[in-house]
Design a protein around this ligand. Structure first.
Ligand code: NAG
Length: 304
C-alpha cells in the first residue's frame, strides 16, 4: 500500500484516484492529505459484515476457532478487534467521493459498512458472452429429446448432488443422467449448451454466477438457485418478461424442470428471448457507459 501511496504522492499526482484493488486505506491517506479526489470500484468487501455477528454470538463456525468461541475473554478481544477493523474500514471507505460496486451482494455489504448510500452505485463488470450470443435462437420444437446442461467446476459448494437428486425420474428415459459429461473446450461447451433445453445451476449464495449468464446468453431456459447473484442480479424479469426459473430444494428443482419441459416451444422461446436480451446488462458497452456516467461528476470537478 505504501508504495502505491508514495508513487501517487511523489511521482504522479492524479486528479482522481480510483482504487479497484480493495486498498481502502489508501483512500483515507489521499483524501485526508488533500491530494486528490478518490473513488473506488469495490468487487469484494475487505471485511464481511457477518464476521462480527459470528464472534458476537460466539458461534464456533467459519474462522472462529473452538478455543475462541469457548473463551469469553478471547471472544471479547476478537470482537473488539473486528469492531475496530470494521470502524476503520468504514471510515476509509466513506472517504470515497464515488463508490461503485460490482453486484447487489457487494452493494448490500458496502452500504452497511461504508454508509455512503447517496454516493454508491452498482455497475456490473463486463462478462464476455459474445461467443454464446452467436448461436441462433429458434423454437426447439424439432428436438427429439431434451437435455439439461450445467456449467461449473466440480466443487462441493456447486452442489452437483442436488442436480442429480432433482432429476425428475420419469424424465430420464435412457438413464444417461445428469452431470456426467465432461466438456473442456469453449467450442464444445457452446455446442452442448446450444443443444440443451435447460441450464441448471444449484450453488447456494453464489456472489454472481457467470455460468448462469452464459446459459442465458446461449438460449437455454435457466433454472438457478434462489439466492445470491442469480436471485438478485441475473434471473430477474427484464422488460416485463420472465428470464428463467429459480428453485431452492430437490422438489422445487424437480417441479421446475418438469414445468419447463412441459411448456410449449413458443412459451420457452419467449423466456429464452427475454433472457438473452437481459444479459446485455452485463455487456462491455453497458459497463463502459455506466462507469463513465457514474464518474462524470468527479471528472467535471477537475475542469473547474
Ligand atoms: C464481484 O467481484 C467478486 C470478487 O472478485 C466476484 O466474486 C463476483 O463474481 C463479482 N461480481 C460480478 C457481478 O462480476
Amino acid at each position: 500500500h505504501h508504495l502505491l501511496v508514495e508513487a501517487t504522492l511523489t511521482e504522479f499526482v492524479p486528479g482522481v484516484y480510483i482504487d479497484s484493488m480493495g486498498y481502502a486505506f489508501t483512500l483515507l491517506v489521499l483524501k485526508y492529505l488533500g491530494i486528490c479526489h478518490v473513488a473506488s470500484y469495490v468487487h469484494y468487501p475487505a471485511i464481511s459484515t457477518d464476521m462480527l455477528s459470528v464472534v458476537r454470538e460466539r458461534n464456533p463456525r467459519f474462522n472462529n476457532a473452538d478455543y475462541i468461541s469457548n473463551n469469553l475473554f478471547l471472544s471479547a478481544v476478537k470482537f473488539v478487534y473486528y469492531y475496530l477493523l470494521e470502524l476503520l474500514y468504514g471510515l476509509a471507505g466513506s472517504c470515497s467521493d464515488v463508490v461503485i460496486v460490482n453486484s447487489s451482494w457487494t452493494l448490500n455489504h458496502i452500504l452497511t459498512l461504508w454508509r455512503a448510500t447517496k454516493r454508491t452505485c452498482l455497475v456490473y463488470p463486463p462478462s464476455d458472452t459474445h461467443a454464446f450470443l452467436q448461436l441462433p435462437l429458434d423454437e426447439d420444437s424439432d428436438r427429439k429429446c431434451h437435455s439439461i446442461a450445467s456449467i461449473g467446476q466440480f466443487r462441493p459448494e456447486k452442489d452437483h448432488r442436488l442436480q442429480i437428486r432433482a432429476f425428475p425420474e420419469d424424465a430420464a428415459e435412457e438413464g444417461d443422467g445428469a452431470g456426467r459429461k465432461g466438456v473442456d473446450e469453449v467450442g464444445e461447451l457452446k455446442r452442448e449448451l446450444g443443444e440443451a433445453t435447460v441450464g441448471l445451476h444449484t450453488m447456494w449464495n453464489e456472489h454472481f454466477g457467470i455460468g448462469v449468464v452464459e446459459c442465458m446468453a446461449t438460449g437455454t431456459v435457466i433454472l438457478a438457485h434462489r439466492s445470491g447473484g442469480p436471485r438478485l442480479d441475473i434471473v430477474v424479469p427484464y422488460e416485463g418478461g420472465q428470464t428463467g426459473f429459480l428453485a431452492e430444494d430437490e422438489d422445487g428443482y424437480a417441479d421446475a424442470i418438469e414445468r419447463i419441459l412441459a411448456l410449449s416451444p413458443s412459451a420457452r422461446l419467449e423466456i429464452r428471448r427475454h433472457a438473452r436480451l437481459s444479459v446485455t446488462r452485463f455487456s462491455d458497452q453497458e459497463c463502459e457507459a455506466c462507469f463513465l456516467a457514474t464518474m462524470e461528476p468527479l471528472i467535471w470537478t477537475l475542469a473547474r
